[in-house]
Design a protein around this ligand. Sequence first.
Ligand SMILES: NC(=O)c1ccc[n+]([C@@H]2O[C@H](COP(=O)([O-])OP(=O)(O)OC[C@H]3O[C@@H](n4cnc5c(N)ncnc54)[C@H](O)[C@@H]3O)[C@@H](O)[C@H]2O)c1
Length: 332
Amino acid sequence: MKVWLIAGGAGYIGGHVVKSMHDAGEGVIVVDDLSTGSRDNVPEGVPFVQESILNGEALRKVFQEYEVEGVINMVARTQVGESFTRPLDYYQQNVEGFRVLLAAMRQAGVRNLIYSSSASVYGAPDVDLVTEDLPCHPMSPYGQSKLIGEWLGEAAHTAFDMSVVNLRYFNVAGAVTPAMADKRVLNLVPMVFEKLTHGRAPVIFGGDYDTPDGTCIRDFIHVADIASAHLAAARHLRAHDDAVLRTYNVGRGEGVSVRALISMICEVSGLSIPPVVADRRPGDPVKVVADARPIQRDLGWKAQHSVFDMVASAWEGWCAQHPQARAVQRQV
Ligand SMILES: NC(=O)c1ccc[n+]([C@@H]2O[C@H](COP(=O)([O-])OP(=O)(O)OC[C@H]3O[C@@H](n4cnc5c(N)ncnc54)[C@H](O)[C@@H]3O)[C@@H](O)[C@H]2O)c1
């Protein structure tokens, strides 16, 4: 059976992509060094190889052992803040790792690639809806490394006739099962959960932006929708023999303000502490919302989950990991 090799498939988003493709009957195998991922994120019955994509020899063996139809590269160091203090580590994993993976793909004659990119490649776009043709000005070593990844894929497309789909995810949260929830406290949703669970007020950075409620606007998307975009991309690549190079935003195409999201979190969790407004954070763009029409037009993909579903599923995951959250919830 032909398989998709999912590099980084034991991670938070990777685990959801693997499950979605496996459940849909696609053959998948996972290569992951478990540096930030967990073996538990890989469903039973999916072959798992614990290796770094920096190990070209190990990759060559995997390509020899399996009939690989395409590769989904989800490997990355992902923390924007940390990327400023450990930029070389970020370039090594996100750029050099990808280069080694591409070299192994080329040697094995594997031509289909789906690459996990990010809205962070845009930087701080001053537009109502972010379209894929906007100039990219990433503002962190992390964002730069993701953009270089897109360039590497483009170069492989041009030089080796590879078919490449770059998926630029917007603000991802939620989980398909509580056990698959993101364990890190890196983005707004878990940050607010953490505050509320400890009886503290959530913080809004900047309440005087030129938006209806004065707070920044983002495009939040359920991780299950991110996962289904990969399935759509894989099937699109299978259906096209000619080498393609495509880049798509993966968002809901609708903005939610930070204040509105915090209200929703309070509603879902039953824990309500009015947020406090702190100074703006330097570099925070006012509004980043995807134009999600191209991916719908070309791949037939559209987000199916509401932001409320996303928050509710993230809360279930949070409670599974933090039993005291349920206890606090029962007290109010
Ligand atoms: N989480 C988000 O909101 C978000 C937004 C936009 C883009 N992305 C992109 O999505 C992808 C997945 O992110 P995530 O949030 O699931 O992070 P994650 O840390 O949970 O997943 C990354 C996975 O890659 C593995 N890995 C790291 N270095 C490796 C190496 N050298 N060889 C093999 N495996 C290695 C890790 O063990 C982990 O399982 C990343 O490429 C990230 O840049 C994430």
